[in-house]
Design a protein around this ligand. Structure first.
Ligand SMILES: Nc1ncnc2c1ncn2[C@@H]1O[C@H](COP(=O)(O)OP(=O)(O)OP(=O)(O)O)[C@@H](O)[C@H]1O
Ligand SMILES: O=C(O)c1ccc[n+]([C@@H]2O[C@H](COP(=O)([O-])O)[C@@H](O)[C@H]2O)c1
Length: 200
């Protein structure tokens, strides 16, 4: 069904503060439904649309993303957004991930329904949409179909088993002394405890 000669790579950018099961199911389902050879998790260096929030340092979010991905052969983590100075723009993420390969790749940006609703606010969005296709996943409380396509975005909508978990909820639960077991992976949970993250 897909051209087998060109590797199909999913680019999954996020703040990942912390990475949770919603992220892992989204990446797995995108890979399965869209025949991706690999999904690259890219923790944002400076998530500029979250400047009003307290965000964990990049080193901590990178460590948690690596722990979440573990040894899954389908997943890898790129530090390109953390290595680049300045606000994190997806148009740069896509260019940098492409440059990590010495052969042609067909890149697909994986995005949840909530972020898709906001796509029109992203930096140089028309250029981004020329460089990459999007794979959009359902997320409880958000409709994927509301996307503004006026700037030429190409979106494949896929359904994943709905996972009603957010990083916000995980942080809140830790702050309130509630368990986050099974909302995120064991190693990520242990890292949160060791570093005393989200305690308030
Ligand atoms: N439960 C989920 N189901 C589907 N997509 C998700 C889910 N959680 C996050 N995503 C998508 O993963 C990407 C990265 O999300 P992000 O790291 O901001 O997590 P978040 O849970 O949305 O965080 P926060 O609650 O802090 O805003 C975004 O495209 C987002 O839409
Ligand atoms: O390019 C932009 O201007 C832009 C604006 C907001 C978010 N993004 C990207 O969207 C991904 C998810 O972001 P977030 O803030 O929902 O975690 C992540 O890769 C961000 O870098 C990108």
């Amino acid at each position: 069904m897909y051209d087998q000669s060109v590797r199909r790579v999913g680019v999954f950018g996020g703040t990942f503060d912390p990475p949770h099961l919603g992220h892992l199911v989204a990446a797995s389902e995108a890979a399965f439904r869209c025949g991706l050879d690999e999904v690259v998790f890219v923790p944002a260096g400076d998530p500029w649309q979250k400047h009003h929030l307290k965000v964990t340092d990049a080193a901590g979010r990178l460590a948690m993303t690596r722990l979440a991905v573990g040894s899954d052969p389908l997943f890898r983590v790129s530090t390109c957004d953390i290595d680049r100075d300045g606000p994190t723009y997806a148009v740069d993420t896509v260019a940098d991930v492409r440059a990590e390969y010495d052969h042609e790749v067909d890149l697909h940006f994986i995005i949840g329904a909530d972020s898709l609703e906001n796509l029109h606010t992203w930096h140089r969005v028309e250029e981004l949409c020329k460089a990459v296709k999007f794979i959009a996943l359902n997320r409880p409380g958000h409709s994927r179909r509301d996307v503004d396509t006026s700037f030429g975005v190409e979106v494949e909508f896929i359904d994943m088993p709905a996972v009603d978990v957010s990083s916000t909820e995980c942080r809140q639960r830790v702050r309130d002394g509630e368990p986050v077991r099974y909302l995120l992976t064991g190693p990520v949970g242990e890292y949160i405890v060791e570093r005393g993250l989200y305690r308030g």
